[in-house]
Design a protein around this ligand. Structure first.
Ligand code: S3P
Length: 429
């Protein structure tokens, strides 16, 4: 944990950044490559700590994984060839690793024990384990499986027809991955559509998945075959520079390789609704995940309301959207976002408390927050709560504050964006 003082003196931002790989897609590329038979090659992999945790877990299961820069090669003889690990699988800070691995391991033929860091130890796991138990999974853990450490004895599973109680791609993906090994057709019903990287990647690895009107159906017993995965840039990382470009003076930046999957692009819609000076050129590369180049310039922003079905499409962007709203004219209301309370930290409390320290006019509500802008921000000592996205929100704020911002722990940013501070130096003028 290292403290970092940020004294940027209100720079202008100019230039181009290539956005590093998407965290969700990077995790899944290693998971799918390990389940599949044959060789999988991945380009544009995110070398964030969360994704490295995923690689480490599969190596402990005996899968051969080589990392060469952002290229990863996975050689697997398939899920039935995995070895029972002699060590605990350590998932670090990664909810995606922990929850998706539960679904994968439940239908494997090995016994595993899984644990993570202090933040993971507080995050609810029953949302995944309850449906997996309905499928026949043998999972035990602290507080009857609500918290890590968890022990999973792989077994034969039966398909379920599951109505999702919350919009969560991690829960949906865990069920679908368990469904791969289950007898019968697994059906997951979503009221609000969450990110669909799992469905897209299942198809890429040769499986047939049907999706219609928020209902995903997937026949068990299908086998996956190794393939190539090209990881798009992470829109959740790009979001910090989209916000920075809009709120810093005299700025004009270009972000290349931004993943714009329609289940992830809520931030783009919000920027448009807030009147941001933004243009976007979609690339037509025919890959499984669409990408775009986005240009953003200093903007005169207006407040907006963010609620309902858009929330899962921008759930990880809410901390930086809150900062953006402090610089917009009028009121921004964020509702229906109670899921923020069970992220890496309680992001409603963390965002509101830290932005208040900088002078923002922001109040927490039961399911979100209300921000009144614009307010000039001043320096302060901020806490990150070990949460990468709270850390990056503080660092972007430091670009517009009078006086220095100090982060108590800047290291946590490496969870999703190890090059973040280097990229600030690239565009800062
Ligand atoms: C993720 C899904 C989201 C998101 C997380 C990554 C994924 O979580 O917040 O950062 O890769 O499936 P939930 O599924 O819990 O909403």
């Amino acid at each position: 944990m290292s403290e970092k003082e940020l004294q940027y003196s209100k720079p202008s931002l100019q230039g181009t950044i290539t956005i590093p790989g998407d965290k969700s897609v990077s995790h899944r590329s290693v998971m799918f490559g390990s389940i599949a038979t044959g060789r999988t090659t991945v380009s544009g992999f995110l070398l964030g700590e969360d994704c490295l945790s995923t690689i480490d877990c599969f190596r402990k299961l005996g899968v051969e994984i080589e990392v060469d820069g952002t290229n990863v090669t996975i050689n697997s003889a398939g899920i039935d060839a995995w070895q029972e690990p002699t060590e605990v699988l350590y998932t670090g800070n990664s909810g995606t690793t922990t929850r998706l691995m539960l679904g994968i391991l439940a239908g494997s033929s090995v016994h595993t024990v899984m644990t993570g860091d202090a933040s993971i130890g507080k995050r609810p796991m029953r949302r995944v384990i309850d449906p997996l138990r309905q499928m026949g999974a043998h999972i035990t853990g602290r507080a009857d499986g609500q918290y890590t450490p968890l022990a999973i004895q792989g077994t034969t599973l039966q398909a379920i027809d599951y109505q999702m109680p919350v919009a969560s791609a991690q829960v949906k993906s865990a069920i679908l991955l368990a469904g791969l090994r289950a007898e019968g057709t697994t059906i997951v019903r979503e009221t609000e559509v969450s990110r669909d990287h799992t469905e897209r990647m299942l198809r890429q690895f040769g499986a047939q998945v049907d999706v219609a009107d928020g209902v995903v159906s997937f026949k068990g017993g299908q086998t996956l075959t190794g393939t190539h995965v090209s990881v798009p840039g992470d829109i959740s990382s790009a979001a910090f520079f989209l916000a920075a470009g809009a709120i810093c003076r005299d700025s004009d930046i270009v972000l290349e390789n931004v993943g714009v999957n329609p289940t992830r692009d809520g931030m783009i819609e919000v920027l448009q609704n807030m009147n941001a000076a933004m243009t976007m050129e979609r690339e037509n590369d025919g890959g499984a995940e669409p990408t775009a180049t986005i240009r953003i310039q200093t903007s005169t922003l207006k407040g907006t309301t963010i609620e309902g079905a858009i929330i899962p499409r921008l759930i990880d962007e809410i901390p930086i959207i809150a900062l953006l709203a402090t610089q917009a004219n009028g009121k921004t209301i964020i509702k229906d976002a109670e899921e923020l309370k069970v992220k890496e930290t309680d992001r409603i409390t963390a965002v509101v408390d830290e932005l208040k320290k900088l002078g923002a006019n922001i109040e927490a509500t039961d399911d979100g927050m209300i921000i009144e802008g614009p307010t000039p921000l001043h320096g302060a000592n901020l806490k990150t709560y070990g949460d990468h996205r709270i850390g990056m929100m503080g660092a972007v704020a430091a670009l517009i504050t009078d006086g220095a911002v100090t982060l108590d722990d800047a290291d946590c940013i490496a969870v999703s964006y190890p090059e973040f501070f280097e990229h600030i130096e690239v565009v800062k003028k």
